[in-house]
Design a protein around this ligand. Structure first.
Ligand code: PLP
Length: 436
């Protein structure tokens, strides 16, 4: 019998990377591949930084494991870094875990515990969005709007209560309709009315979609007004910034971009830049104090706040700051968007090129005027990825359900013109070949 070595299910790509450095991956046979997706849109400072390796080694020697609730110098350094330089000032409480899914679970638990602590245990529904991804645990699989990632689990996972994800390209009123913002806000209002605000703990949302929609962002002003509606209805805003956080979209957080103040903010990915399995759930004193007063527990994961993960994260965030890498993101993103628009903006199968900072999505369709997607059997996204790899560029698959052909770009913040030219050229040629 054939040994399926890795991963769990047999895959077609059969590629083996020996090492990685900067923005590149190197295969076993010496081929250099530009990582235009920073792994899973994780890598921000690039791969292989010695300072981070040294920080991890120091932490392992000093404190290989200490129970999460105890303070250690490694934890303190990260907490100081976060509070001093990154977190919005109203988010004073920090709960750490080992990744985005866990951090989202913690965020949802805090929201439900908070409502229960105020004597409202029935206020326990977490609204999510029709198109969204919040993680791979059972609960997150269930409440995410990502059809492909819950196949075979539908009978078990919770059915989500959703609002419509603002998707300007595909707004039911018409593509980029001037009334799109009001349409989607009305959907939020009506959903709250239908479910009853007394039954809803919070709205879990990605301010900008990650891979479920490939950098879909809402019409101007949507989030600000949505937050007002939530406040009027005493519903918490829980921002999943696992993909958008820590500079990815050209601001420290996408919430800053939209001038909103989440009650709970979740981060992962860029928080450790790929050097640490770490996620963060950040909340207000009001939420934490209420939970504490009720005597509820906020349990830790065994590997939460591992000293070596904290040390890695603190060092990554310091590098981002000291090398002004986040400040480079908006202009790098603009450059990529400009080049994509000039190279494939008029492409008959490219419906939209969109994004903020270095989170960019390219939506591919069979018919541009009706926005009809290709048949699933054509596997356009997989083909684009495979062609990209042949040309030495790793592109990230996005989209789900009906709209599944979306390519995401999310490179490290250290790329230059050479990398931009390479990724745009590879993307253009790969799309041409995949759709032909
Ligand atoms: C927005 C968002 N939330 C949550 C997650 C889950 O994070 P993790 O895979 O670290 O558990 C992801 C991962 O892609 C994500 O993009």
């Amino acid at each position: 019998m054939e040994l399926v070595k890795w991963p769990f299910l047999k895959q077609s790509w059969g590629i083996e990377f020996e090492r990685s450095e900067g923005a590149y991956l190197y295969t076993k046979d010496g081929k250099k591949v530009l990582d235009a997706a920073g792994g899973a849109i994780v890598s921000n400072i690039g791969y292989g930084r010695e300072e981070v390796a040294d920080a991890i080694a120091r932490a392992v020697k000093n404190n290989s494991y200490v129970l999460p609730p105890f303070l250690t110098p490694e934890r303190e350094a990260l907490l100081d870094e976060l509070r001093e330089y990154w977190l919005p000032s109203h988010l004073t409480r920090i709960h750490l875990s080992s990744g985005g899914s866990e951090a989202n679970e913690s965020g949802v638990k805090l929201a439900i515990q908070y409502q229960a602590s105020r004597g409202q245990p029935e206020k326990n529904i977490i609204l999510t969005r029709s198109l969204s991804y919040h993680g791979t645990t059972l609960n997150m699989s269930g409440i995410s709007g990502h059809a492909a990632r819950k196949r075979g689990l539908e009978s078990y996972v919770p059915e989500p209560t959703t609002i419509e994800t603002p998707y300007p390209l595909r707004c039911p009123l018409g593509s980029h309709h001037p009334e799109a913002k009001n349409y989607y806000l009305e959907n939020l209002r009506n959903t709250i009315k239908r479910i009853g605000s007394n039954n809803i703990a919070g709205l879990l949302m990605e301010p900008i979609n990650g891979s479920s929609g490939g950098a879909i962002y809402p019409p101007d002003g949507y989030w600000k007004e949505a937050q007002e509606i939530l406040r009027e209805n005493d519903i918490l805003l829980i921002a999943d910034e696992v993909m958008t956080g820590f500079g990815r979209v050209g601001e420290d957080f996408a919430s800053n971009l939209y001038d909103i103040e989440p009650d709970i903010l979740i981060a992962g990915k860029g928080m450790g830049g790929g050097y640490a399995a770490i996620g963060g759930t950040y909340s207000t004193d009001r939420i934490a104090d209420s939970i504490q007063a009720a005597g509820y527990e906020v349990m830790f994961h065994t590997f939460a706040a591992l000293p070596q993960s904290c040390a890695a994260s603190a060092e990554v965030l310091k590098i981002l700051r000291e090398e002004n890498l986040c400040q480079k993101v908006p202009s790098l993103g603009e450059k990529i968007l400009d080049q994509l628009n000039s190279e494939i903006g008029q492409h008959p199968h490219v419906a939209e090129i969109r994004g903020k900072g270095l989170l960019i999505g390219i939506e591919i369709v069979e018919d541009k005027s009706s926005l009809k997607p290709f048949n699933e059997s054509k596997k356009i996204t997989s083909q684009v990825m495979a062609k990209g790899l042949e040309k030495g560029v790793f592109l990230y698959p996005g989209g789900t359900g009906e709209y599944r052909d979306i390519i995401c770009l999310g490179p490290a913040f250290i790329i230059g013109d050479e990398e931009i030219n390479l990724m745009v050229k590879a993307l253009k040629e790969s799309i041409d070949q995949a759709v032909s």
